[in-house]
Every structure is written in structure tokens, then in C-alpha cells.
Design a protein around this ligand. Sequence first.
Ligand SMILES: Cc1cc2nc3c(=O)[nH]c(=O)nc-3n(C[C@H](O)[C@H](O)[C@H](O)COP(=O)(O)OP(=O)(O)OC[C@H]3O[C@@H](n4cnc5c(N)ncnc54)[C@H](O)[C@@H]3O)c2cc1C
Length: 353
Amino acid sequence: VARWDEEHHFPVEAVHAMGDLGLFGLVFPEEWGGGDGDFVSLCVAIEEIGRIDQSMGITLSAGVGLGANPIFRFGTEEQKQRWLPDLVAGRKLGAFGLTEPRRRAATPVPPHPGCARRRRVGHQRLEGVHHQLGHRRSPRSSPSPPAPMPASRTSSSPAGTPGMEIEPPYRKLGWHASDTHGIALADCRVPHDHLLGEPGNGFRNFLSILDDGRIAISALALGCARACLELSVEYAGERIAFDRPDRCQPGDRVLARRPRRDGRERPEPHVQGGVAQGPGRDIGRAAAIAKLYTTEAAVTATRVATQVFGGAGFIEESPVARFYRDAKILEIGEGTSEIQRLVIARELGLPVT
Ligand SMILES: Cc1cc2nc3c(=O)[nH]c(=O)nc-3n(C[C@H](O)[C@H](O)[C@H](O)COP(=O)(O)OP(=O)(O)OC[C@H]3O[C@@H](n4cnc5c(N)ncnc54)[C@H](O)[C@@H]3O)c2cc1C
């Protein structure tokens, strides 16, 4: 993973192997080729993979949560048959386009036209630019990939759709081994049978997909924080400074300060059974709390771990340096910390403008 990170390499073969292991299908029913597991199982997988490599963790998290999940939740039987088997097997990866460039911010404040949509007989015409979409490539198809499948706000649009241009990959601060592109839509004609859900419900559906996604991001953040703790304890135990193991020195004091001292229970989002959402299951607040708490903890953990490593933590070869770079986006993607606070405040009945 260090080499992938250094070379900004999206490891198609590893994604392929994750597909073969059934990781992309964990939460989906067997009829679609899935493992019939629950959302907790997926979170455990994301946490464990994220503990080693955040890029692969987000590839799994986004591939399931943002790619396949909208089709599973809002697709017709025909759409599911068309798209889900490949997504569930990790043969293709889906993407999700909400964020728009510059002044058209991603932070959702309805009405949010973003992508202009005009209805025409037989198709929808889309205009606009979506930034920061994951997964341009289909994992089984490198080096000359066929259509990947970015799912726009209301539609499932295979790459190669006329009028849809996939931009070159972004160069990012972290997540170097994940695949992130912008998508430009110009007179892009998407057939009506690619629309997901009822017309007019796209925005609401998108937001509920984000609730599921935020829980998955929390699992990724837990993996990051755990990795930092484990690496720090190991390093502090081995490092000899002034003839004494470092654990007798600052590392010990820094690490020992970390556990919560107020004894309060951590928030437990209710996520048992299939994907997190279900009828009568409003997980918005729990998802926001989990995302806010875990991602900020992860960023702190990377800072502390880098400190425990001292100068070695600032050197690129050090794994904590990679986690340090990878962690920041956790506080931004799928809704920034500020937006989680707004969601929580709104759920508490506080006035929010
Ligand atoms: C590597 C990477 C991958 C990504 N993948 C995807 C993807 O697959 N699909 C996708 O759609 N997007 C994706 N994104 C985009 C990401 O989700 C957005 O960047 C994020 O949601 C924040 O939106 P924004 O960048 O438009 O920030 P803005 O909304 O412009 O926010 C800028 C700042 O203002 C604050 N702010 C905004 N509104 C408020 C408010 N009402 N109150 C208080 N503070 C506020 C924000 O918290 C933030 O600090 C990705 C981004 C990156 C970097």
C-alpha cells in the first residue's frame, strides 16, 4: 500500500480480489449475488481494510454505499438486474455525483438545481459539472476499461453516455490509491429507464444515501484511528531514546491521554440488518453523530501518532505520515463536520438557518 500511495496507483487487481472475496456484496441479498450480511459486517470490513489502507477502505465504502446502494434502494427490478450483479461482484464500481465546482457547493441546501435537467421524450437531458466522483474505472477492465457507472443525482449513467466526459484524475493530498475524477455533462442524454426513483425525489433519496454513507465513513475513520494507536504503541515500545524505551517518555503520556475519560457511552448508530436504512428507520442523527465523532477522533489520532513518531512520523516512508494525509478528507467527504453539526442541531429541534 505504501507503493500504491507513492505512485498514486489505483490497484485494480486488489479491487478485483476484494470483489472475489465478496466484500462488495456483503450487505446485498443472495438473489443479487450478495452475501446477505448486515451493515455491521460491512462496517467491520471497511474498518479492517481502512486500518491497513484508507484508499482501499474508501473504495469499498463508496463502491457499496454510493455506487450500488442507490440502485439497490431506488432502482426498479429491471435496473437492479441490469446493474447490481456486476456491482455486487466488484466487476464494476459505481460513483455518485453530488458535489459541484466552486460556488455550487456540495453542501446540500435544497432546492439545489446543480445539474440542470430537462425532460424530453425518451430521455433526460443533463447539463452541468460534478466534481470529485470516485471510480472511473471498472476493476476488471484495466488497462482499457469499458463503461464505469457513475450514478448522477437521479440517474444511472454508464460512462460512454454521449455528452458525459470523465475528466483526468485529481491529484489529492491523501487517498492516493483511490480513483477520483470530475464528470462534465454537456447535452448528456440519459434514457428515462436510467432514472433512479420517482422524478422529483432525487434530492431526498440522495440525502438518505448519505446517511448510510456516513456510517461507513465512520467505520473507515475507526480503522484509521486504530491503526494510529497500534502503530504508536508499537513504535513507542521499541524506540530507545536516552537508553530508555520511549514508552517511559513522551509517547506514554501522549498515548495514555487518549481514551475517553468521562466514562460516557459512545453513540451507537442503529444499523443492524441489510443496508442501514429501512422503513421506519431514521438514522440521520445517529449517522451524523457517528461521522462527526469518529472522523474528528481519527484526525486527532493521526496528529498524535505523528507526534509519537517524532521526526520519523514526518518522513513519507512512515505509515503514520500516510494516515496523516489520508485522514483530513474524512472530516469533509459525505458532509463536512459543520454540516454534521447542523444535522444534529436540527434533529435536536434547535433553530438552524
Ligand atoms: C477525494 C474526494 C472524493 C470525493 N468523492 C465524492 C463523490 O464521490 N461524490 C461527490 O458527490 N462528492 C465527492 N467529494 C466531494 C465532497 O463530498 C465535498 O467536497 C464535501 O461534501 C464538501 O462540499 P464542498 O467541497 O462543496 O464544500 P462547501 O459546501 O463549499 O463547504 C466549504 C466550507 O464551508 C462550510 N459550510 C458550508 N455550508 C455551511 C453551513 N450551512 N454552515 C456552516 N458551514 C458551512 C463547510 O463545512 C466547509 O468547511 C469528494 C471530495 C474529495 C476531496
